[in-house]
Design a protein around this ligand. Structure first.
Ligand SMILES: C[S@@+](CC[C@H](N)C(=O)[O-])C[C@H]1O[C@@H](n2cnc3c(N)ncnc32)[C@H](O)[C@@H]1O
Length: 197
């Protein structure tokens, strides 16, 4: 990348993260732990989860503005004050979280599989993501990953197993079942649970 282009990209990321910090300051009160969903799509899972756990602050993020808008309509119709959907990328979110707030649980349900090797860098579950997520989560925090794409599942399992901050759990005990849009379409799925050391 040309040096000028690189500087422009960095400035854009900086602006995006500053805007996100501002949004997050309005929805995550200082020191409040929260439940996080990455790639919340149309919001089916997190809306049901937030309804079943009215005492927990829940934040869903997605990079598709249409999906965030749709999820947000679901939240409004259900009148759920403990639920928020925002337009954000997972790495930007981690870099913009309020300094004194940690997540207790993260759900990653049917993430984009990026099957081609040269695109694996776009996957959510990467060692750098796990390091940043460990720095922003409570000790014992749960990471719940589910996909219908077995190669991504096997790779995510290996990445978690090789990561010093997360401990894979043998048989996942899934904390809450509500089929997402992609789960309803899937013939089968694979689930992974990990705990922050
Ligand atoms: C295959 S869809 C699954 C949606 C939903 N979880 C479900 O199971 O129905 C993946 C979603 O992740 C979102 N996504 C992809 N990369 C993301 C990222 N880096 N940060 C946040 N969301 C992302 C996409 O926009 C899309 O809505």
């Amino acid at each position: 990348m040309r040096p000028n282009r690189h500087a422009e990209q960095l400035a854009l990321v900086g602006d995006r993260r500053a805007a996100l910090r501002h949004v997050l300051a309005g929805i995550v009160p200082p020191g409040t732990p929260f439940v996080w969903e990455i790639g919340s799509g149309h919001g089916h899972f997190l809306a049901a989860y937030a309804k079943a756990h009215p005492d927990r602050l829940c934040v869903g993020i997605d990079i598709s503005s249409d999906r965030v808008a749709r999820a947000d309509r679901k939240r409004e119709r259900a009148g759920l004050g403990n639920l928020h959907f925002i337009l954000a990328d997972a790495d930007d979110f981690l870099a913009s979280m309020p300094a004194d707030s940690l997540f207790t649980t993260v759900f990653i349900l049917f993430p984009d599989p990026w099957p081609k090797r040269r695109h694996h860098k776009n996957r959510v579950v990467r060692p750098e993501f796990l390091s940043a997520a460990a720095a922003r989560s409570e000790k014992g925090a749960g990471l719940y990953f589910r996909t219908d794409y077995e190669p991504y599942f096997r790779k995510a399992e290996a990445i978690v197993r090789g990561h010093p901050d997360w401990e894979g759990q043998g048989a996942p005990s899934w904390p809450f079942e509500e089929a997402s849009v992609f789960q309803k379409r899937a013939q089968r799925h694979f689930s992974l649970e990990a705990r922050r050391r």
